[in-house]
Design a protein around this ligand. Structure first.
Ligand code: NAG
Ligand code: NAG
Ligand code: NAG
Length: 506
Protein backbone atom coordinates (compact mmCIF):
# COMPACT_ATOMS: atom_id res chain seq x y z
CA UNK A 1 0.00 0.00 0.00
CA UNK A 2 1.26 3.43 -0.85
CA UNK A 3 1.29 5.87 2.03
CA UNK A 4 1.90 9.50 1.16
CA UNK A 5 4.82 11.41 2.57
CA UNK A 6 2.33 13.84 4.01
CA UNK A 7 0.68 11.09 5.96
CA UNK A 8 4.03 10.10 7.47
CA UNK A 9 4.74 13.64 8.46
CA UNK A 10 1.37 14.03 10.15
CA UNK A 11 1.85 10.73 11.90
CA UNK A 12 5.26 11.85 13.22
CA UNK A 13 3.90 15.25 14.22
CA UNK A 14 1.12 13.54 16.15
CA UNK A 15 3.62 11.45 18.09
CA UNK A 16 5.91 14.41 18.59
CA UNK A 17 3.15 16.35 20.35
CA UNK A 18 2.34 13.27 22.34
CA UNK A 19 5.96 12.97 23.47
CA UNK A 20 6.37 16.65 24.09
CA UNK A 21 3.56 16.57 26.60
CA UNK A 22 5.18 13.58 28.24
CA UNK A 23 3.55 12.36 31.40
CA UNK A 24 4.20 14.78 34.19
CA UNK A 25 5.51 12.83 37.18
CA UNK A 26 5.00 13.44 40.86
CA UNK A 27 8.51 13.17 42.27
CA UNK A 28 9.50 13.26 45.94
CA UNK A 29 13.07 14.36 46.70
CA UNK A 30 14.19 13.09 50.10
CA UNK A 31 17.37 14.61 51.55
CA UNK A 32 19.36 14.43 54.80
CA UNK A 33 18.07 16.02 58.03
CA UNK A 34 17.63 19.80 57.84
CA UNK A 35 19.26 19.23 54.47
CA UNK A 36 19.70 22.74 53.13
CA UNK A 37 23.17 22.12 51.75
CA UNK A 38 22.17 19.02 49.75
CA UNK A 39 18.74 20.36 48.76
CA UNK A 40 20.22 23.54 47.31
CA UNK A 41 22.74 21.50 45.30
CA UNK A 42 19.92 19.51 43.74
CA UNK A 43 17.18 22.12 43.48
CA UNK A 44 18.50 23.84 40.34
CA UNK A 45 17.72 20.60 38.55
CA UNK A 46 14.35 20.29 40.35
CA UNK A 47 13.41 23.79 39.14
CA UNK A 48 14.27 22.71 35.60
CA UNK A 49 12.00 19.66 35.95
CA UNK A 50 9.19 21.92 37.13
CA UNK A 51 9.36 23.68 33.76
CA UNK A 52 8.44 20.33 32.18
CA UNK A 53 5.39 20.24 34.44
CA UNK A 54 6.70 17.65 36.88
CA UNK A 55 5.72 18.04 40.50
CA UNK A 56 8.78 18.10 42.73
CA UNK A 57 8.33 18.00 46.48
CA UNK A 58 11.04 18.07 49.11
CA UNK A 59 11.10 15.86 52.20
CA UNK A 60 13.44 16.05 55.18
CA UNK A 61 13.45 15.98 58.97
CA UNK A 62 12.85 19.61 59.86
CA UNK A 63 14.21 21.00 63.14
CA UNK A 64 13.86 24.73 62.50
CA UNK A 65 12.79 27.26 59.90
CA UNK A 66 14.99 27.43 56.82
CA UNK A 67 15.07 29.14 53.41
CA UNK A 68 12.46 28.76 50.67
CA UNK A 69 13.62 25.95 48.37
CA UNK A 70 11.14 26.66 45.59
CA UNK A 71 9.59 23.21 45.96
CA UNK A 72 6.45 21.85 47.61
CA UNK A 73 7.34 21.03 51.20
CA UNK A 74 6.73 17.67 52.83
CA UNK A 75 8.80 18.23 55.94
CA UNK A 76 8.62 16.04 59.02
CA UNK A 77 8.51 18.37 62.00
CA UNK A 78 11.21 17.31 64.48
CA UNK A 79 11.36 20.52 66.52
CA UNK A 80 11.94 19.55 70.13
CA UNK A 81 14.40 16.83 69.15
CA UNK A 82 18.16 17.30 69.02
CA UNK A 83 19.60 17.24 65.49
CA UNK A 84 22.69 15.04 65.88
CA UNK A 85 24.31 16.81 62.90
CA UNK A 86 24.38 20.04 64.91
CA UNK A 87 26.45 18.74 67.78
CA UNK A 88 29.40 20.80 69.08
CA UNK A 89 31.65 17.92 68.00
CA UNK A 90 31.15 19.16 64.49
CA UNK A 91 33.21 22.34 65.03
CA UNK A 92 35.95 20.19 66.48
CA UNK A 93 35.95 17.96 63.38
CA UNK A 94 35.91 20.97 61.06
CA UNK A 95 38.82 22.79 62.65
CA UNK A 96 40.91 20.03 64.16
CA UNK A 97 40.53 16.70 62.36
CA UNK A 98 41.42 15.17 59.01
CA UNK A 99 38.06 14.07 57.59
CA UNK A 100 37.78 10.45 56.42
CA UNK A 101 35.32 7.69 55.52
CA UNK A 102 34.98 6.98 59.24
CA UNK A 103 33.26 10.35 59.72
CA UNK A 104 30.99 9.40 56.83
CA UNK A 105 29.83 6.28 58.71
CA UNK A 106 29.22 8.42 61.81
CA UNK A 107 27.01 10.68 59.69
CA UNK A 108 24.94 7.67 58.58
CA UNK A 109 24.59 6.94 62.30
CA UNK A 110 23.31 10.49 62.94
CA UNK A 111 20.77 10.18 60.14
CA UNK A 112 19.67 6.78 61.48
CA UNK A 113 19.14 8.20 64.95
CA UNK A 114 16.72 10.81 63.61
CA UNK A 115 14.96 8.29 61.39
CA UNK A 116 14.48 6.05 64.40
CA UNK A 117 12.84 9.00 66.20
CA UNK A 118 10.61 9.69 63.20
CA UNK A 119 9.35 6.12 63.08
CA UNK A 120 8.75 6.20 66.82
CA UNK A 121 7.27 9.65 67.35
CA UNK A 122 6.19 10.96 63.90
CA UNK A 123 5.05 7.72 62.33
CA UNK A 124 1.68 9.06 61.07
CA UNK A 125 3.43 11.92 59.27
CA UNK A 126 5.87 9.48 57.65
CA UNK A 127 2.99 7.36 56.29
CA UNK A 128 0.91 10.41 55.36
CA UNK A 129 3.71 11.51 53.00
CA UNK A 130 4.21 7.98 51.69
CA UNK A 131 0.48 7.49 50.96
CA UNK A 132 0.44 10.53 48.69
CA UNK A 133 1.36 8.04 46.03
CA UNK A 134 4.45 9.48 44.36
CA UNK A 135 5.46 8.21 40.92
CA UNK A 136 9.16 8.28 41.63
CA UNK A 137 11.47 8.87 44.60
CA UNK A 138 14.69 10.87 44.30
CA UNK A 139 17.07 9.90 47.10
CA UNK A 140 19.94 11.99 48.43
CA UNK A 141 22.89 9.56 48.31
CA UNK A 142 24.08 10.71 51.72
CA UNK A 143 22.30 10.21 55.07
CA UNK A 144 18.59 10.41 54.05
CA UNK A 145 17.67 7.19 55.89
CA UNK A 146 13.91 7.63 56.30
CA UNK A 147 13.72 8.71 52.66
CA UNK A 148 15.28 5.38 51.62
CA UNK A 149 12.75 3.57 53.81
CA UNK A 150 9.84 5.41 52.23
CA UNK A 151 10.92 4.59 48.68
CA UNK A 152 11.67 0.99 49.63
CA UNK A 153 8.25 0.16 51.03
CA UNK A 154 6.37 2.21 48.41
CA UNK A 155 7.38 -0.28 45.70
CA UNK A 156 7.95 2.69 43.36
CA UNK A 157 11.18 3.27 41.40
CA UNK A 158 13.91 5.39 42.95
CA UNK A 159 16.75 7.46 41.54
CA UNK A 160 19.99 8.33 43.37
CA UNK A 161 20.82 12.05 43.58
CA UNK A 162 24.39 13.07 44.46
CA UNK A 163 25.10 16.56 45.72
CA UNK A 164 28.71 16.08 44.59
CA UNK A 165 30.39 13.32 42.61
CA UNK A 166 29.24 9.71 42.77
CA UNK A 167 30.86 8.51 46.01
CA UNK A 168 33.23 5.52 45.72
CA UNK A 169 30.99 3.17 47.71
CA UNK A 170 27.79 4.12 45.87
CA UNK A 171 29.57 3.85 42.52
CA UNK A 172 30.78 0.36 43.36
CA UNK A 173 27.28 -0.73 44.46
CA UNK A 174 26.00 0.43 41.08
CA UNK A 175 28.51 -1.61 39.08
CA UNK A 176 30.13 1.44 37.49
CA UNK A 177 33.47 -0.35 36.95
CA UNK A 178 35.28 2.77 38.01
CA UNK A 179 38.84 2.31 39.13
CA UNK A 180 38.85 4.71 42.05
CA UNK A 181 42.55 4.08 42.62
CA UNK A 182 43.26 6.23 39.58
CA UNK A 183 41.23 9.26 40.66
CA UNK A 184 41.79 11.81 43.31
CA UNK A 185 40.13 10.36 46.46
CA UNK A 186 37.03 12.07 47.91
CA UNK A 187 38.64 12.35 51.32
CA UNK A 188 41.97 13.77 50.24
CA UNK A 189 44.20 14.12 53.32
CA UNK A 190 46.12 17.32 54.02
CA UNK A 191 49.40 15.46 53.69
CA UNK A 192 48.53 14.80 50.01
CA UNK A 193 47.51 18.20 48.67
CA UNK A 194 49.96 17.66 45.81
CA UNK A 195 48.19 14.37 44.94
CA UNK A 196 49.22 12.89 41.61
CA UNK A 197 48.04 9.62 40.15
CA UNK A 198 51.54 8.75 38.93
CA UNK A 199 52.73 8.50 42.53
CA UNK A 200 52.52 4.90 43.79
CA UNK A 201 51.88 5.85 47.41
CA UNK A 202 49.10 8.23 46.38
CA UNK A 203 47.39 5.44 44.43
CA UNK A 204 47.68 3.14 47.41
CA UNK A 205 45.97 5.82 49.46
CA UNK A 206 43.24 6.27 46.85
CA UNK A 207 42.58 2.51 46.89
CA UNK A 208 42.53 2.55 50.70
CA UNK A 209 40.00 5.40 50.63
CA UNK A 210 37.88 3.51 48.12
CA UNK A 211 37.78 0.22 50.06
CA UNK A 212 37.44 2.01 53.38
CA UNK A 213 34.52 4.00 52.06
CA UNK A 214 33.00 0.80 50.66
CA UNK A 215 33.25 -1.12 53.91
CA UNK A 216 32.21 1.75 56.16
CA UNK A 217 29.20 2.53 53.96
CA UNK A 218 28.12 -1.03 53.15
CA UNK A 219 28.56 -2.48 56.65
CA UNK A 220 29.12 0.07 59.41
CA UNK A 221 26.78 2.81 58.13
CA UNK A 222 24.29 0.23 56.91
CA UNK A 223 24.14 -1.41 60.34
CA UNK A 224 22.66 1.80 61.76
CA UNK A 225 20.24 2.08 58.83
CA UNK A 226 19.00 -1.48 59.37
CA UNK A 227 18.35 -0.63 63.01
CA UNK A 228 16.54 2.64 62.21
CA UNK A 229 14.25 1.05 59.61
CA UNK A 230 13.67 -2.28 61.42
CA UNK A 231 10.01 -1.50 62.19
CA UNK A 232 9.10 -1.10 58.52
CA UNK A 233 11.65 -3.35 56.78
CA UNK A 234 11.87 -6.74 58.54
CA UNK A 235 14.68 -9.30 58.42
CA UNK A 236 17.07 -9.36 56.55
CA UNK A 237 16.48 -5.62 56.98
CA UNK A 238 17.44 -2.68 54.79
CA UNK A 239 20.49 -3.04 52.54
CA UNK A 240 21.98 0.21 51.28
CA UNK A 241 24.13 -1.61 48.70
CA UNK A 242 21.04 -3.33 47.31
CA UNK A 243 19.10 -0.04 47.39
CA UNK A 244 21.76 1.59 45.21
CA UNK A 245 21.97 -1.43 42.94
CA UNK A 246 18.25 -1.35 42.23
CA UNK A 247 18.06 2.41 41.68
CA UNK A 248 16.89 3.24 38.18
CA UNK A 249 19.14 6.23 37.50
CA UNK A 250 21.93 8.34 39.00
CA UNK A 251 22.18 12.12 38.72
CA UNK A 252 25.11 14.10 40.09
CA UNK A 253 25.86 17.77 40.58
CA UNK A 254 29.62 17.38 39.95
CA UNK A 255 30.39 19.06 36.61
CA UNK A 256 31.90 16.60 34.13
CA UNK A 257 34.42 19.15 32.95
CA UNK A 258 35.75 19.60 36.48
CA UNK A 259 36.10 15.95 37.47
CA UNK A 260 38.71 13.66 35.87
CA UNK A 261 37.22 11.59 33.01
CA UNK A 262 35.59 8.52 34.53
CA UNK A 263 33.69 5.54 33.21
CA UNK A 264 29.94 5.86 33.23
CA UNK A 265 26.95 3.75 32.31
CA UNK A 266 23.68 4.55 30.54
CA UNK A 267 21.95 5.26 33.82
CA UNK A 268 24.26 8.11 34.87
CA UNK A 269 24.13 11.80 34.15
CA UNK A 270 25.78 14.86 35.63
CA UNK A 271 23.67 18.00 35.37
CA UNK A 272 26.28 19.98 37.31
CA UNK A 273 27.92 22.23 34.69
CA UNK A 274 25.67 25.28 34.85
CA UNK A 275 26.11 28.83 36.05
CA UNK A 276 23.42 30.55 38.06
CA UNK A 277 22.66 34.09 37.02
CA UNK A 278 22.43 36.43 39.96
CA UNK A 279 19.13 38.16 39.42
CA UNK A 280 19.46 40.96 41.96
CA UNK A 281 21.94 43.83 41.55
CA UNK A 282 24.62 44.19 44.21
CA UNK A 283 23.45 45.83 47.42
CA UNK A 284 24.35 49.54 47.51
CA UNK A 285 26.21 49.20 50.82
CA UNK A 286 28.57 46.60 49.36
CA UNK A 287 28.79 48.37 46.00
CA UNK A 288 29.98 51.62 47.58
CA UNK A 289 32.55 49.78 49.66
CA UNK A 290 33.85 47.74 46.70
CA UNK A 291 34.01 50.63 44.26
CA UNK A 292 36.07 52.88 46.52
CA UNK A 293 38.35 54.74 44.09
CA UNK A 294 41.52 54.01 46.11
CA UNK A 295 40.94 50.24 46.17
CA UNK A 296 43.27 47.97 44.19
CA UNK A 297 40.65 45.23 44.29
CA UNK A 298 38.29 43.30 46.55
CA UNK A 299 39.16 40.19 48.56
CA UNK A 300 36.22 38.11 49.81
CA UNK A 301 36.55 35.73 52.77
CA UNK A 302 33.54 33.43 53.16
CA UNK A 303 33.64 29.93 54.62
CA UNK A 304 30.08 28.73 54.14
CA UNK A 305 27.21 28.45 56.55
CA UNK A 306 28.73 25.77 58.78
CA UNK A 307 31.88 27.52 59.89
CA UNK A 308 31.66 29.82 62.89
CA UNK A 309 34.77 31.99 63.42
CA UNK A 310 33.85 32.46 67.08
CA UNK A 311 34.52 28.74 67.56
CA UNK A 312 37.75 28.67 65.57
CA UNK A 313 41.02 28.17 67.46
CA UNK A 314 42.42 31.60 68.37
CA UNK A 315 45.52 31.31 66.19
CA UNK A 316 43.30 30.88 63.09
CA UNK A 317 41.49 34.10 63.68
CA UNK A 318 44.64 35.99 64.68
CA UNK A 319 46.52 34.95 61.54
CA UNK A 320 43.66 36.06 59.30
CA UNK A 321 43.17 39.35 61.15
CA UNK A 322 46.88 40.23 61.01
CA UNK A 323 47.22 39.51 57.30
CA UNK A 324 44.04 41.30 56.20
CA UNK A 325 44.92 44.38 58.26
CA UNK A 326 48.21 44.58 56.34
CA UNK A 327 46.53 44.53 52.92
CA UNK A 328 45.28 48.10 53.21
CA UNK A 329 45.50 48.85 49.47
CA UNK A 330 42.65 46.32 48.98
CA UNK A 331 39.05 46.24 50.21
CA UNK A 332 38.29 43.11 52.23
CA UNK A 333 34.86 41.63 52.88
CA UNK A 334 34.84 39.05 55.62
CA UNK A 335 31.73 36.98 56.25
CA UNK A 336 31.41 36.14 59.95
CA UNK A 337 28.62 35.47 62.41
CA UNK A 338 28.30 37.59 65.54
CA UNK A 339 29.82 40.94 66.50
CA UNK A 340 32.66 42.62 64.61
CA UNK A 341 35.81 41.79 66.58
CA UNK A 342 37.88 44.81 67.74
CA UNK A 343 41.15 45.67 66.02
CA UNK A 344 40.14 45.31 62.37
CA UNK A 345 40.98 48.32 60.20
CA UNK A 346 38.61 50.40 58.09
CA UNK A 347 39.35 48.64 54.78
CA UNK A 348 37.95 45.41 56.29
CA UNK A 349 34.18 45.06 56.23
CA UNK A 350 32.58 42.29 58.29
CA UNK A 351 29.06 41.03 57.79
CA UNK A 352 27.05 38.02 58.96
CA UNK A 353 25.60 37.67 55.49
CA UNK A 354 27.28 38.54 52.20
CA UNK A 355 25.89 38.36 48.64
CA UNK A 356 28.71 35.98 47.72
CA UNK A 357 27.82 35.34 44.10
CA UNK A 358 27.27 39.02 43.25
CA UNK A 359 30.55 40.02 44.89
CA UNK A 360 32.43 37.28 43.02
CA UNK A 361 30.94 38.49 39.74
CA UNK A 362 32.01 42.10 40.38
CA UNK A 363 34.99 42.93 38.19
CA UNK A 364 36.93 44.49 41.10
CA UNK A 365 37.03 41.18 42.97
CA UNK A 366 40.54 39.75 42.70
CA UNK A 367 40.67 36.97 45.28
CA UNK A 368 38.33 34.67 47.18
CA UNK A 369 39.15 32.71 50.33
CA UNK A 370 36.78 29.75 50.57
CA UNK A 371 36.26 26.41 52.30
CA UNK A 372 35.68 24.61 49.00
CA UNK A 373 32.10 23.36 49.16
CA UNK A 374 30.92 22.33 45.69
CA UNK A 375 28.49 25.24 45.35
CA UNK A 376 31.18 27.78 46.18
CA UNK A 377 33.59 25.94 43.90
CA UNK A 378 31.15 26.39 41.03
CA UNK A 379 30.70 30.06 41.83
CA UNK A 380 34.48 30.37 41.65
CA UNK A 381 34.40 28.82 38.16
CA UNK A 382 31.41 30.81 36.91
CA UNK A 383 32.82 34.12 38.10
CA UNK A 384 36.40 33.18 37.10
CA UNK A 385 37.83 34.24 40.46
CA UNK A 386 41.31 33.18 41.63
CA UNK A 387 40.87 31.42 44.97
CA UNK A 388 42.71 30.22 48.04
CA UNK A 389 40.92 27.25 49.51
CA UNK A 390 41.09 26.40 53.19
CA UNK A 391 39.14 23.11 53.15
CA UNK A 392 37.55 22.00 56.40
CA UNK A 393 35.66 18.71 55.96
CA UNK A 394 33.92 16.34 53.58
CA UNK A 395 35.09 16.38 49.97
CA UNK A 396 36.24 20.00 50.20
CA UNK A 397 39.94 19.14 49.92
CA UNK A 398 39.20 17.18 46.75
CA UNK A 399 37.15 20.05 45.25
CA UNK A 400 39.97 22.46 46.05
CA UNK A 401 42.47 20.11 44.44
CA UNK A 402 40.38 19.99 41.23
CA UNK A 403 40.53 23.78 40.90
CA UNK A 404 44.21 23.91 41.86
CA UNK A 405 44.89 21.47 39.02
CA UNK A 406 43.19 23.88 36.62
CA UNK A 407 45.67 26.53 37.69
CA UNK A 408 43.55 29.16 39.40
CA UNK A 409 43.67 28.22 43.04
CA UNK A 410 45.99 27.38 45.90
CA UNK A 411 45.16 25.21 48.90
CA UNK A 412 46.05 25.99 52.49
CA UNK A 413 46.45 23.28 55.06
CA UNK A 414 44.07 24.04 57.95
CA UNK A 415 46.60 22.56 60.37
CA UNK A 416 49.28 25.02 59.32
CA UNK A 417 47.56 28.37 59.40
CA UNK A 418 49.90 31.13 60.44
CA UNK A 419 50.72 34.68 59.33
CA UNK A 420 53.61 33.72 57.04
CA UNK A 421 51.75 30.91 55.24
CA UNK A 422 48.65 33.00 54.65
CA UNK A 423 50.61 36.05 53.58
CA UNK A 424 52.71 34.02 51.11
CA UNK A 425 49.66 32.37 49.55
CA UNK A 426 47.74 35.63 49.21
CA UNK A 427 50.63 37.61 47.74
CA UNK A 428 51.37 34.79 45.30
CA UNK A 429 47.85 34.92 43.85
CA UNK A 430 47.50 38.71 43.98
CA UNK A 431 50.83 39.32 42.25
CA UNK A 432 50.65 36.76 39.43
CA UNK A 433 48.14 37.36 36.59
CA UNK A 434 48.32 33.71 35.42
CA UNK A 435 45.74 32.71 38.08
CA UNK A 436 43.19 35.08 36.51
CA UNK A 437 44.09 33.99 32.98
CA UNK A 438 43.66 30.30 33.85
CA UNK A 439 40.30 31.03 35.47
CA UNK A 440 39.07 32.81 32.33
CA UNK A 441 40.30 30.00 30.11
CA UNK A 442 38.66 27.27 32.17
CA UNK A 443 35.31 29.08 32.15
CA UNK A 444 35.19 28.96 28.36
CA UNK A 445 35.69 25.15 28.40
CA UNK A 446 33.16 24.76 31.17
CA UNK A 447 30.42 26.57 29.28
CA UNK A 448 31.19 24.91 25.95
CA UNK A 449 28.58 22.13 25.91
CA UNK A 450 26.59 20.64 23.03
CA UNK A 451 23.37 21.03 25.04
CA UNK A 452 22.93 22.88 28.35
CA UNK A 453 23.34 20.17 31.00
CA UNK A 454 20.11 21.01 32.82
CA UNK A 455 18.14 20.54 29.58
CA UNK A 456 19.88 17.29 28.79
CA UNK A 457 19.25 16.06 32.35
CA UNK A 458 15.55 16.96 32.03
CA UNK A 459 15.41 15.09 28.72
CA UNK A 460 16.83 11.98 30.40
CA UNK A 461 14.45 12.32 33.32
CA UNK A 462 11.46 12.65 30.96
CA UNK A 463 12.53 9.52 29.11
CA UNK A 464 12.80 7.66 32.41
CA UNK A 465 9.29 8.77 33.33
CA UNK A 466 8.02 7.70 29.93
CA UNK A 467 9.20 4.16 30.74
CA UNK A 468 7.46 4.22 34.11
CA UNK A 469 10.50 5.23 36.18
CA UNK A 470 12.70 2.29 35.21
CA UNK A 471 14.35 1.63 31.86
CA UNK A 472 14.12 -1.77 30.10
CA UNK A 473 16.65 -4.24 31.55
CA UNK A 474 19.06 -4.12 28.59
CA UNK A 475 19.70 -0.47 29.45
CA UNK A 476 21.55 -1.41 32.65
CA UNK A 477 25.06 -2.88 32.98
CA UNK A 478 25.29 -6.65 33.39
CA UNK A 479 27.76 -6.13 36.22
CA UNK A 480 24.79 -5.28 38.46
CA UNK A 481 23.82 -8.95 38.45
CA UNK A 482 27.32 -10.36 38.94
CA UNK A 483 29.32 -10.73 42.13
CA UNK A 484 32.31 -8.49 42.85
CA UNK A 485 34.43 -11.62 42.54
CA UNK A 486 33.47 -11.83 38.86
CA UNK A 487 33.24 -8.12 38.07
CA UNK A 488 36.70 -7.39 39.44
CA UNK A 489 38.08 -10.36 37.42
CA UNK A 490 39.34 -12.05 40.56
CA UNK A 491 38.12 -15.38 39.14
CA UNK A 492 40.27 -14.86 36.03
CA UNK A 493 43.29 -13.53 37.88
CA UNK A 494 43.56 -16.61 40.07
CA UNK A 495 43.59 -19.00 37.09
CA UNK A 496 47.25 -18.40 36.22
CA UNK A 497 48.64 -18.91 39.75
CA UNK A 498 46.55 -22.08 40.07
CA UNK A 499 47.88 -23.44 36.76
CA UNK A 500 51.45 -22.63 37.81
CA UNK A 501 50.91 -24.31 41.11
CA UNK A 502 49.49 -27.32 39.31
CA UNK A 503 52.52 -27.51 36.97
CA UNK A 504 54.97 -27.15 39.82
CA UNK A 505 53.32 -29.77 41.98
CA UNK A 506 52.74 -32.27 39.19
C1 NAG B 1 3.07 22.38 30.77
O1 NAG B 1 1.69 22.69 30.96
C2 NAG B 1 1.25 23.86 30.28
C3 NAG B 1 -0.17 24.13 30.70
O2 NAG B 1 -0.94 22.95 30.74
C4 NAG B 1 1.40 23.64 28.79
O3 NAG B 1 1.00 24.79 28.09
C5 NAG B 1 2.88 23.36 28.48
O4 NAG B 1 3.05 23.09 27.11
C6 NAG B 1 3.37 22.17 29.30
N1 NAG B 1 4.81 22.02 29.09
C7 NAG B 1 5.39 20.87 28.74
C8 NAG B 1 6.85 20.92 28.52
O5 NAG B 1 4.77 19.83 28.60
C1 NAG C 1 54.08 16.71 48.39
O1 NAG C 1 53.82 17.22 49.68
C2 NAG C 1 54.52 16.57 50.72
C3 NAG C 1 54.02 17.08 52.04
O2 NAG C 1 53.29 18.24 51.94
C4 NAG C 1 56.01 16.78 50.53
O3 NAG C 1 56.73 16.10 51.55
C5 NAG C 1 56.41 16.23 49.16
O4 NAG C 1 57.76 16.50 48.91
C6 NAG C 1 55.56 16.85 48.06
N1 NAG C 1 55.88 16.17 46.82
C7 NAG C 1 56.01 16.81 45.66
C8 NAG C 1 56.29 15.96 44.46
O5 NAG C 1 55.92 18.02 45.57
C1 NAG D 1 34.03 47.03 35.45
O1 NAG D 1 32.62 47.25 35.36
C2 NAG D 1 32.26 48.61 35.20
C3 NAG D 1 30.75 48.70 35.17
O2 NAG D 1 30.16 47.86 36.09
C4 NAG D 1 32.85 49.16 33.91
O3 NAG D 1 32.56 50.52 33.79
C5 NAG D 1 34.37 48.95 33.92
O4 NAG D 1 34.91 49.34 32.68
C6 NAG D 1 34.71 47.51 34.19
N1 NAG D 1 36.16 47.38 34.33
C7 NAG D 1 36.88 46.46 33.71
C8 NAG D 1 38.35 46.47 33.98
O5 NAG D 1 36.38 45.62 32.99
Amino acid sequence: MYVSHDFHMRFIAFFATFLKHAEAARALLTVMDQGRSHATSINTFMHRLQKDNHTTALEFAHFRQDIDFGMDERFIDMSGFQNPFESPDFDKIAFEEDYSFIHQAVAYGFGSQTCNNILKHRRERFFEILYEDWDIYLSDSLFAICGYGMAEISGKPHVMMHSTDLEAAQGSFKGFSRNYATFVPSNLPFSMLNYTVSNYYHRVWAAYDWFGSFIFTAYVGNFAQKWALRSIIPFPYFSFAEYNRRSSFTFTDMPDSLFPPASRTNDFFSFGAYCKESSKPLDLEFKTFIEHPKSKGTILIAFGTFIDWRKAPKNYYDAFATVVNRLSEYRIIWSMKGERPPGLKKHVKTSSWVPQNQILHHNKTVLFLSHGGLKSTKEVICSATPTIFVPMFGEQTRNAWLIKEKGFARIMNKFKINVDELDTHMREVLEHPNYQQNANKFLTYYMDQPIPTLDEGAFKFNRLVKYGGKMPSHFYPKSLDLSYFTVLNVDLLIVVPIMMLYLVLK
